[in-house]
Each structure stands twice: as structure tokens, then as C-alpha cells.
Design a binder for this molecule. Structure first.
Ligand code: VGL
Ligand code: ZN
Length: 204
């Protein structure tokens, strides 16, 4: 049983958004196409932060987006204000065929901790319910698409491997923030090294 996980295709991660991923919109037709394939189910994740979220650079004097801090002992990149709960930027893109999505898992809701992975927060303290849901549906393999390849897609994929899923990422259905040039490429190398299979949508 195979599930497609659509990660954070929200307006704030698309061109014009608060934390725009360059060319993020280019993956949407590919994702829409994949959603029509023979997956047992399609789920999505949604970055869903309270306005006072501790990952927002604006809350720290003298800090700017892209700076790195320690947040309760966990390294934390600071971001522009993005995906604030109920704001337009937090909505899944209207260009997505959202009617294909069975369930949306929200993450990053705790003001004190970030959550890149769709499965756990960055401290691995709390689960989102995604693993329980997928296991309950008999899912053994997960196929991951979405934004951003060097953050939420990467950590979702690494957690999926750790949870025992056969884990695939569609390389042509993700794009990187690339805060540092080459971040997406090194993320792909790290995912491969840790057991994620990188594939192309055309090979599916
Ligand atoms: C993401 C940075 C902050 C992502 C979410 O969806 O990749 N990146 N919040
Ligand atoms: Zn976020």
C-alpha cells in the first residue's frame, strides 16, 4: 500500500509568498498529475504557526531571517513570518487538486518548537498523527513531493525511513529554498545516503 504525501504547498512557499521557494509553483502540475495515479491515499501537510512562533526572526532583536539560533537547545534557522494560522499565506494553493487529499496534517502549531517533518516536531517530542494514520491504513511505502526540498520534504523523508516506510522522493516535484547555494543538492545526497530513494515522476 502506497501513500502520496504532499508537503506544504502553501501560498507563503510559492513565488510572491512570505518564504517563497524559487520556482515552487513549477511542481504543482506534476503533483496534480501524481495525485491521479494509483496511490491508496493522498495526504498533505500544512505548516500552521501561531503568530508568536519562535522560528520568526521578528521576535529577536538584532536577528534577521536566515540567522541561526539555539531554541531550547535545538538549532533553529530564523524565518520571515510565514504560514500564520488562518492567514491567506497558510492556505494550500488553490491550483492544487485538493479534492484528492484525504487528510491534512498540520504542524508547527506549538509556539516554542518548529516542525519541519510531517511526522514529528524538530525535537522528536510530539507526533502529528501522520504515522498512526498511515500505519492504520496499511501503508508501507510513502512517496513525497512538495516544498521545501531542503527542509520539510527532507525531514519528512528522513523520519519516514526511521519509521520503517519504503521512502521515495520525486526529485522533479520538489524545489529548494537554497538559503546557501547547493542546499537542495546536499539534502538530496543526505536523503540518498540515509535510505531515501530519489525518483522522477516520469518513472512512476
Ligand atoms: C518550511 C521553513 C520553515 C518548509 C517550513 O515547509 O520547508 N521551511 N517552515
Ligand atoms: Zn514554518
Amino acid at each position: 500500500m502506497q501513500a502520496l504525501i504532499v508537503v506544504d504547498i502553501q501560498y507563503d512557499f510559492l513565488p510572491g509568498g512570505a518564504l517563497a521557494v524559487p520556482q515552487g509553483d513549477k511542481i504543482i502540475p506534476i503533483v496534480n498529475q501524481l495525485m491521479t495515479k494509483n496511490f491508496h491515499l493522498v495526504v498533505a501537510t500544512q505548516d500552521w504557526h501561531p503568530a508568536d512562533h519562535a522560528s520568526f526572526a521578528v521576535h529577536y532583536q538584532g536577528k534577521k531571517p536566515g540567522d541561526l539560533i539555539a531554541l531550547d537547545g535545538i538549532p533553529q534557522v530564523l524565518w520571515p513570518v510565514h504560514c500564520v494560522q488562518h492567514s491567506p499565506g497558510a492556505s494550500l494553493s488553490g491550483a492544487l487538486r485538493t479534492e484528492k487529499i484525504h487528510h491534512i496534517f498540520q504542524k508547527g502549531t506549538d509556539p516554542r518548537i518548529d516542525s519541519y517533518s510531517g511526522f514529528f516536531d524538530n525535537g522528536h517530542k510530539k507526533a502529528t498523527g501522520l504515522d498512526t494514520f498511515l500505519k492504520g491504513q496499511g501503508i508501507k511505502d510513502v512517496y513525497i513531493v512538495g516544498l521545501a526540498g531542503d527542509y520539510c520534504v527532507k525531514f519528512t523523508a528522513l523520519d519516514a525511513v526511521g519509521l520503517g516506510y519504503g521512502t521515495y522522493v520525486f526529485a522533479d516535484a520538489t524545489k529548494g529554498v537554497n538559503l546557501q547555494p547547493g542546499d537542495l543538492d546536499s539534502s538530496i545526497e543526505e536523503m540518498r545516503a540515509k535510505g531515501v530513494q530519489m525518483i522522477e515522476s516520469g518513472d512512476f
